[in-house]
Design a protein around this ligand. Sequence first.
Ligand SMILES: Nc1ncnc2c1ncn2[C@@H]1O[C@H](COP(=O)(O)OP(=O)(O)O)[C@@H](O)[C@H]1O
Ligand SMILES: [Mg+2]
Length: 253
Amino acid sequence: MSDETNTPVLEVSDLHVSVGGKEILKGLNLTVGAGETHAIMGRNGSGKSTLSAAIMGNPRYEITSGTIVYGGQDIAELAVHERARAGVFLSFQYPVALPGVSVVNFLRQAVRAVRGDDVPIKAFRPLVKENLKILDIPQTFMTRYVNDGFSGGEKKRLEMLQMLMLQPTLAILDETDSGLDIDALKVVSTAINGLRSEKRAQLVITHYQRILQYVTPDHVHVLLDGQIVKSGGPDLAHELEKHGYEWLEKDAA
Ligand SMILES: Nc1ncnc2c1ncn2[C@@H]1O[C@H](COP(=O)(O)OP(=O)(O)O)[C@@H](O)[C@H]1O
Ligand SMILES: [Mg+2]
C-alpha cells in the first residue's frame, strides 16, 4: 500500500512536450515532494513556460510522451479547471483588466470556482482580511476594479492575494519576479513563504536568482534546451549567477 505522506506532490517523468509540432521539452524529470520549494532556472527559450503550461494543462502544449503525476494521479486527461480544483495554481505573467468587477467579487468567484461551492461571506471576510494584512494591502483595494489602472506592483499584489485565498497544493510561479521593483518582489516572496507548509509545494520558475534572496528553495534545477541538466541546493543559484548559463552549456555540449 502506498504511504500517502510519502507521495510526491508532483512527479514529472521523461516528459516530452511539443508546441506547434516543435519539440520543446525533451525528456524532463522532476520530483517535488510535499513541503518543498523548488526553483527552476533557465535562460529565455529553455522551456520554462512550456513546463508550467504542460503542468497546468494548456491544450496548446502537446505531451508526446512521458507523464505528469500530481498527488499520485496521472493528470494528462484533466482539463485546466479540473487541475485548478485539484489544487494546482499557475501565476499569470500578463493579467487582464476586468472593469466593473471589484476585487472582492473577483476573489469570491475565484474561490468558488476552485472549491466548487460558495464560501459564506462570514468565513470569506476574515480570510481576506488576514491575507490583506500578510501582504500589506490596504482594505480600499477590495472595492477597486480588477487590474483596472493597476500599477505593475498592484497587479502582482492582487495575484498573490488570489494565490493566498486559494491555498494551492502546488503553486507554480512562472517568472513572477520579472520586472518587479523591490517592494513587489517582497510581496511575492512573502506570499510564497506564507504558503509553505508540509502539505504544499511550490515551483518558482525564474531567469535570475534575485527572488531566491527572499525565497530559499530546497532544490534548484537548471533547465537547458528542454531538459534539467543540473540539480542542487540553494548554492547552485549563486553559482549560476557567478558563472552564467554558459557554464552549464559547455558541460552539456
Ligand atoms: N506557442 C508557441 N508556439 C511556438 N513556439 C513556442 C510557443 N511557446 C514556446 N515556443 C518556443 O518554445 C521554446 C521555449 O519557450 P518557453 O517555454 O516559453 O521558454 P522560457 O519560458 O524558458 O523562456 C522557445 O524556443 C519558444 O520560441
Ligand atoms: Mg517563460
